[in-house]
Design a protein around this ligand. Structure first.
Ligand SMILES: [Zn+2]
Ligand SMILES: [Zn+2]
Length: 304
């Protein structure tokens, strides 16, 4: 099953050096979610060949402009492009008011249904569960209310072990029950154990998105042992005072977080406009957590 994230925007605050504000596309079994929606997101979607109308879910972390100012434009384009499917938007409560206000003053009545779910920045909660994906929001510590998101694949059923099952006289119709762990008993009363006829599914994979936040352990419990962690790394460690003042994280601190929560892989992004060259960011993070990569726009990371 596909479970991968593509970076659309990696800069903090303002677009610069060809880098855009925060946005990512998560593809889970060909269902697309957009995570944050900075100003240039529509053009970035086009640039990397994503059809906006394929996006089913949108998750907005907080209401600093670099994380959502592209949203109303995207919602409008979906309308103009004839979207019919429901769109689910998860974000801070105030976001609904912002969307409604803009649509009201442009006298736009959307052709599709926009279903809005307010996130709670004070506690962790499951905000979505569908056939493929479970999503949990959790509080981060930023200047304004902000949530991170944990995306977890749903546990799959075991697969039929064809080499073992096919030589046996087990009716095909019974395979789905074997997958559910129900043993097969034939006419003579012989029991065929389901766990000996199936191959367990892979463990569900997980992806955590943490932007923006000061360095603190208050949210570590929610992202323990995550397979891939995206963490903001706005500054280098020599700017740690500035990072603390502005409720942001340094590359070194992001790496320490990844190490402490037992993440398997770290992607750092949300780079300050003061850094044209990102190599020092990567080196600083790798000095603590070797399996780090930069959030380069257009790059797709498979969650493993
Ligand atoms: Zn930001
Ligand atoms: Zn922010």
């Amino acid at each position: 099953m596909r479970f991968e994230v593509t970076i659309l925007g990696s800069n903090s605050a303002t677009p610069l050096y060809g880098r855009n504000q925060t946005a990512q596309v998560l593809n889970c079994n060909d269902v697309l979610s957009l995570i944050d929606c900075g100003e240039g997101t529509q053009l970035q979607l086009q640039r990397f060949s994503f059809k906006a109308n394929r996006i089913k879910y949108i998750f907005i972390s907080h209401l600093h402009g670099d994380h959502y100012l592209g949203l109303v434009g995207l919602i409008s384009s979906m309308h103009l492009n004839g979207r019919k499917e429901d769109l689910y938007v998860f974000g801070p409560a105030g976001l609904k008011e912002i969307i409604d206000l803009q649509l009201r003053y442009s006298e736009t009545s959307l052709r599709y249904k926009l279903i809005f779910y307010p996130t709670n920045p004070t506690l962790s909660e499951q905000i979505l569960e569908d056939n493929n994906l479970e999503v949990i929001s959790f509080p981060l510590s930023h200047r304004i209310p902000c949530t991170g998101f944990l995306f977890k694949e749903r546990q799959r059923l075991p697969r039929i072990n064809k080499d073992v099952v096919e030589p046996l006289a087990i009716p095909n119709a019974y395979y789905s029950l074997l997958k559910k762990g129900i043993d097969y008993i034939d006419a003579t009363g012989k029991v065929y154990k389901a766990d000996q006829l199936t191959i367990p599914a892979d463990a569900p994979r997980s992806y955590a998105f943490c932007s923006d936040t000061i360095c603190t352990d208050s949210y570590w419990q929610y992202i323990a042992d995550v397979d891939m962690l995206y963490h903001e790394a706005t500054f280098l460690q020599d700017m740690v005072l500035r990072a603390t003042e502005t409720f942001h994280t340094t590359a070194l601190q992001a790496a320490q977080t990844a190490l402490n929560v037992g993440a398997k892989k770290l992607i750092i992004g949300h780079f300050s406009a003061r850094y044209k060259d990102l190599l020092p960011m990567l080196q600083e993070s790798k000095s603590v957590f070797d399996n780090t990569e930069l959030a380069i726009e257009g790059k797709t990371f498979e969650i493993q």
